[in-house]
Ligand binder design. Sequence first.
Ligand code: SF4
Length: 223
Amino acid sequence: MPEIKKPLFIESEQCRSLKNCRACRFDQTFRDKIKQEFEVPNHFDSFCPVLVPKKLVFTETAHCLARIHCKACRQNDQFRQSIRDTFEVPENFDSICPITGTIDPPVIIASPSPSPAKNCCGDKSVKPVPATASPQNFPSLHQEVLNLASAVARAAVSLVTTGKVIAPEEVRKTRIAICEQCDQLKVNRCLKCGCYTAAKVALATEKCPYEPPKWVEAPVTKP
Ligand code: SF4
């Protein structure tokens, strides 16, 4: 029997009209239904396929430019694979650091045995992934990449649907005050999600990953 191909979701009316954007990005039941009925791009779980039709370029992300994961990027095969799955990387990514031009081939170190990682920020589109040991009990590096990708996608959706992405100043101040009192804050980063809190509190679409959350998304409405 010939295989019946599913239609492409990004060519469907319900995708192009953006009318189910919030459900599409935040409602797991809705997302599962889409995957059953349509063909979706590989990066559907990380990026909105309409607003971010291509994967982001890894060398243009704050993570790469800040070089905070340089060692993992060059030496940890599990982390490298998560980067390849999530972002566009240069062809010579396996042999040359795209930022420094270092020509060392990556030294592959054994990954620790997998253990369940928690979803970040209540985003059910981020699936649990095998954890890699991370200093100071931050989430696994793989999970941090997914968290960053999800935050970018949420912000992009908000920008298009409401024209707003930055939380009002009083909301930011309140959030910062809560984070500063929180035992999960470590050197300007949240131990729960690994995010830099200065950036996290500024985005209206973010919420505290603590259960229950200590602060939630800021309401944004169309002007
Ligand atoms: S985001 Fe939440 S868990 Fe993280 S430091 Fe702030 S208050 Fe604490």
